[in-house]
Design a protein around this ligand. Structure first.
Ligand SMILES: Nc1ncnc2c1ncn2[C@@H]1O[C@H](COP(=O)(O)OP(=O)(O)OP(=O)(O)O)[C@@H](O)[C@H]1O
Ligand SMILES: [Mg+2]
Length: 256
């Protein structure tokens, strides 16, 4: 295991009853890196993220943050350093609370003294007017809701964002806006990303390295350059790559 890595998995196994959702997964992400997880539906991508966040039952193996093995329920310190953004911001926002209340609450739990300033700061940073703080989630568009979810993840000034298909529920133009926001934030705040997507175009735009998963296992690790050149060694990764090119012929050409 690479000693300089910020976040790593070591032979992680996650089981739900008889289902082995993640079977033997290892990878190590360096500080400031964007690492992608890609694979077909059910390959265990979300489960891997959830296991890191303490939301999935780890049968064996380790999750390490800055060299320390994480055990048991994740504590306040973990949530200061690692935040997660989900695919469907509607599901992750409380329907009957204003945006302001939902952004204040995590800060209250963490006992931050400068709550109103922080809330206004993040909402502006994600490109929303402050008046949106007094709205409810149903009064926002999908892209605006995802901006709120990103604002919430930024509140604690974390080091790591776990991004589970953060744009797949959005239409293509809004998707590009959110990806741009995420790229700017990463540079500005020296964030480390673990990004799940089934879209090689998204991964190719965002990530330095990626791991192709299948049936809860790592199939192949690739660099961004490998991806752009279509240099996959395993038959499975090649097949996945070709299928995605067939579907979106412009996807990889666009980002080159
Ligand atoms: N809470 C759960 N209880 C039982 N089985 C689960 C649970 N969560 C996930 N699984 C199973 O674990 C496997 C991996 O699921 P996971 O959600 O990690 O896949 P994924 O790669 O994120 O797929 P998708 O691209 O569709 O989001 C699947 O077979 C799924 O049915
Ligand atoms: Mg998933």
């Amino acid at each position: 295991m690479n000693k300089g890595s910020l976040l790593s998995l070591d032979r992680l196994v996650v089981t739900y009853g008889a289902v082995r959702a993640v079977r033997d997964l290892s990878f190590a992400i360096s500080p400031g890196e964007c690492f992608g997880l890609v694979g077909e539906s059910g390959s265990g991508k979300s489960t891997a993220l959830r296991a890191i966040a303490g939301l999935a039952p780890i049968a064996s193996g380790n999750v390490m943050l800055a060299g320390q093995t994480l055990m048991g329920p994740r504590d306040l310190h973990f949530h200061r350093r690692v935040q997660m953004v989900f695919q469907d911001p509607y599901g992750s926002l409380h329907p009957r609370q204003t945006i302001e209340r939902q952004l204040m609450e995590p800060l209250r739990i963490q006992r931050f003294p400068d709550r109103p300033d922080r809330v206004r700061g993040v909402i502006r940073r994600v490109g929303l007017p402050e008046s949106f703080l007094y709205r409810y989630p149903h009064q926002l568009s999908g892209g605006q809701r995802q901006r709120v979810a990103i604002a919430r993840a930024l509140l604690m000034e974390p080091d790591v964002l776990l991004l589970d298909e953060p744009t797949s529920a959005l239409d293509v133009s809004v998707q590009a806006e959110i990806l741009n926001l995420l790229m700017d934030l990463r540079e500005e705040r020296v964030l480390t990303y673990l990004l799940v997507s089934h879209d090689f175009g998204v991964i190719g735009t965002m990530c330095d390295r990626l791991l192709v998963m299948r049936h809860g296992l790592a199939v192949e690790e690739m660099s961004n350059a490998d991806l752009r050149a279509g240099r996959a060694t395993s038959a499975y990764a090649r097949q996945l790559l070709e299928a995605s090119r067939g579907y979106h012929p412009e996807a990889l050409a666009d980002v080159g």
